[in-house]
Design a protein around this ligand. Sequence first.
Ligand code: SF4
Length: 349
Amino acid sequence: MQRRISRAVRAGSLVIGGGARISVQSMLNCRVDDIPANVAQANALAAAGCDIVRIAVPDKQAAHTIAALKEQCTIPVVADIHFDHRLALESLAAGADKIRLNPGNIGGQAHVREVAAACAQRGVPIRIGVNGGSLEKELLEKHGTATAQAMAESALNHARLLEQCDFHDIVISVKSSHVQRTVQAYQLLAEQCDYPLHIGLTEAGTVKMGLVKSNIAIGALLLQGIGDTIRVSLTADPVEEIAAARDILHALGQGSGRPNIVSCPTCGRCKIDLISLANQAEERLAGCTKDITVAIMGCVVNGPGEAREADVGLAGGDGCYALFARGEVLRRVDECDALNALMEEIERL
Ligand code: SF4
């Protein structure tokens, strides 16, 4: 996968863009004034593989929560600001590693200069986050609706305000809940600037359809080499967003240190409970950090051959399994020992 060349920015210990590993992020959804809950959620996200976490900053109280997150969590913290530049300054003073705000709506260029100077002094980047649902009136009038062109134009207008302050540590997102429009907006941005891009949809929905839409949009962009950091936005526990984001990266060969499990859909040739076995194998391999392919196939006639690229695998027989590696059958194992035999073989790899 050839990645778009983007400028690198640094948020705390995390590099975004410039060819750095694609990072995964999420947003806290506890009450902002509940410090223990926010700390616990940030730590749960970090444990799940989240690289950077965002918190809404609706008032000054949020700055205390940011300070607590900085003391008690290891991942960088992004302060999400709407309209009030003073909250950005308070968040920076509390230790925020990145600020999300749109310079065009914080009350004029003097405020933009103040925030840009404070960010520059601390080496903190700013993410411009354009959402299709809250585009400027002039752009809606010009483009008729929140088109991809309108979103990209809005983002570049915001960026210009920071560039006028000689501030270039910028990350951009252009999100909507519409898959094609969002993908097109990022394509336009990718052609017109070299800022790192935070990709994802907004208001994607609940887990079922939200995942489908996010997988399509984020997957389509990553396949084109577009995207430096991702957020899967779901109406769900944020920890689920991290699992989903990690799965997208894994499916595109961008994740590492985790087995790739392939399994067949089964058909009339299958004489064993393959669905249960595949699920059990996935559970047993949850903590495995080997970059290997493991196949769970329904029949010995086609399984080893169809999964010949797998490092190791099981293919169902009649009350037994064939343990195979790289398409060659190693030995037969009883149904009750199959999973243990597979795990032992994986240990040896
Ligand atoms: Fe059917 Fe065997 Fe192919 Fe599975 S591996 S789909 S059981 S033919």
